[in-house]
Design a binder for this molecule. Structure first.
Ligand code: 5GP
Ligand code: ZN
Length: 119
């Protein structure tokens, strides 16, 4: 399904408030919360409120929400202490690419006050 809430989807559960998460930002279109298993000093997931299987499906169905997701990622990075909101935004698309939760999400990865990869 696309657009509405999907039964059994953990990120739909977070958006709906039924699954606990540490929210860091939200808009009328997207919600941002900390990843359970952080892979960087700042690791936040930004997801559309509506269920879409992956970022490609989201962009096709609702490009304005994808644009809001990207803008929210930069705001999360800026609020998290990243100079000029700099960050890495990663979308795993499909199981073979490592996508484990099939509700579109961008990983915001950053090292506030330092840099990723030790640059
Ligand atoms: P994927 O591999 O699908 O791109 O990323 C899924 C991400 O969701 C993983 O980094 C994983 O740690 C995170 N995750 C999975 N379940 C939950 C959850 O219930 N709460 C939070 N905050 N993160 C989750
Ligand atoms: Zn969902």
């Amino acid at each position: 399904g696309t657009g509405a809430r999907e039964e059994g989807c953990v990120f739909c559960g977070i958006v709906g408030g039924d699954v606990p998460a540490e929210l860091v930002a939200s808009t009328d279109r997207v919600v941002a919360f900390r990843d359970l298993s952080p892979q960087a000093p700042l690791h936040v997931l930004v997801v559309p409120r509506a269920h879409h299987a992956d970022v490609v499906a989201l962009g096709a169905a609702d490009p304005a929400t994808l644009a809001d997701l990207v803008a929210t990622a930069a705001r999360v990075a800026a609020d998290g202490g990243c100079t000029a909101g700099e960050h890495r935004l990663v979308f795993n698309t499909g199981t073979s690419a490592g996508q484990t939760v099939h509700h579109a999400h961008g990983h915001v990865l950053a090292a506030p006050g330092a840099s990723l990869d030790g640059h």
